[in-house]
Design a protein around this ligand. Sequence first.
Ligand SMILES: C[S@@+](CC[C@H](N)C(=O)[O-])C[C@H]1O[C@@H](n2cnc3c(N)ncnc32)[C@H](O)[C@@H]1O
Ligand SMILES: [Zn+2]
Ligand SMILES: [Zn+2]
Ligand SMILES: [Zn+2]
Ligand SMILES: [Zn+2]
Ligand SMILES: [Zn+2]
Ligand SMILES: [Zn+2]
Length: 496
Amino acid sequence: MEEAGEALQREGIKVLLSAQSGEHVPHCPHGPTLLFVKVSQGKEQGRRFFACSACRDRKDCRFFQWADEKVSQARLQSREEYNRSCQPPMSHQQYMTRFQEFVALPLAKRRFCRDCQQLLLEGDWQEHSGHRVLGDVSISHLKRPSQLLHPLENKKSNAQYLFTDRSCSFFLDAITRLGYKRVLCVGTPRLHEWIRSKSSLEESQRKVKSLLLDIDFRYSQFYGEDEFGHYNMFNHHFFGGEAAHNMCQKFLREDGGRGVIVVTDPPFGGLVEPLAFSFKKISNMWSPTSDPGDSAELPMFWIFPYFFETRILQCFPGFTMLDYQVDYDNHTMYKYGKTGRKQSPVRIFTNISPERIVLPESEGYRFCAVCKRYVASQNTHCDICMSCPSKDGRAWKHCPLCKRCVKPSWSHCSSCNRCALEDHSCGSTVKGCFLCGDEDHKRSSCPRRLVSGIHNKGQNQSKRKLKQCAKKGASVPAGWKKKKKQKKKKVPSGTS
Ligand SMILES: C[S@@+](CC[C@H](N)C(=O)[O-])C[C@H]1O[C@@H](n2cnc3c(N)ncnc32)[C@H](O)[C@@H]1O
Ligand SMILES: [Zn+2]
Ligand SMILES: [Zn+2]
Ligand SMILES: [Zn+2]
Ligand SMILES: [Zn+2]
Ligand SMILES: [Zn+2]
Ligand SMILES: [Zn+2]
């Protein structure tokens, strides 16, 4: 576990995961911060510093502290107060009590404030008059909160992209075929609700249980403490403290640890190393039985773009990338087939033997008997490379000079002595992405392009606005005002 984050980065900002020791790590509103250092040509440059694990834009979390800085008691105290003030306005238990009351209301009285993203009880109506309020919130609405809640969406890398029904259905199918009975959904709220609603229709032996961990606390309004945990996957922090941690551990260890799988779909702009570090901690929480033949690793599906393959495999050498293209409802680029602008670059990384994961033939996937895995229809087996080489789903071609298969758009350049895009700048030593060094994409399509330093703008900004709104009660956060016309919509009668 020590290796994660180390020696992976030669330029930019490196996160020092193993150098951190519990006691001295300062906290921001998002839990323990991470230790960073600037690196150039593989060497540390300057002082180490602590910064937020979850927000990569300093506007979203302003925390900053030099590692060797002395912090006064007064500052520590005000920091603690500030951190407390940033937590959700109600406890998970309070949200649950409200939920019970809400469900008991007749349909006509069940309202949801779209501006504050909050289920309203009769006593709240006044406060939300003038807000965009949705009436007649049905039980089926409550079963699919990801459709009721506004996705915390922005064009930067930390957006909440929700699976299409096609992807959800594929995941649940694969999970049941593999014989799993429990799914720990880390940052997959739509899959969580899909599993719960499909499973409620099944007989008890075929039921699959799900527990959601996500930083989006709005979900505490809909799920009990045994169904949702407010969690930060970049520092393995449970906002609900030990009780929440124990609840998750119990879930993982049920039935002697058998039959459980983790499915995670982190924000794409996130750093791979801290994520891997957290997933290893989740794996440590799980205690496998000592049955011979049991795999000693917690089974996992990590959903991430294919160009992170090298980095993920550096952290988890036993993982394989599957050809399945995961797609999203609210992402025009990452859509399946012809409905999106291009094929989705998002794949599944897993420690389950790929041979066992059947990809749908109806979508053109086929089994390669040599590679012993399902591959995309155009991913033809290369007898020289002895693999089905395509990463992006297109047919790759073998270059005898490079002795490997390359993208169809590349051709061999004799001056560079390698395959490259037709219009590459000849003689340039920068092979792939100028920002992250990966050879699979250019700077223009680098998921980190919009990330400034270690921070990025993201959902936390929207969250803060939400929290501010919840605290102020009636005020509408600026970010939620964008649909001005709709805002003027009539509030259901009865809201005084
Ligand atoms: C790319 S979306 C994945 C959603 C998934 N495709 C679904 O439909 O269920 C990323 C998810 O991770 C959550 N998330 C973002 N940052 C997080 C963090 N630091 N810790 C835990 N969850 C986080 C978001 O709230 C969001 O639900
Ligand atoms: Zn923070
Ligand atoms: Zn409101
Ligand atoms: Zn093959
Ligand atoms: Zn080849
Ligand atoms: Zn070549
Ligand atoms: Zn060239």
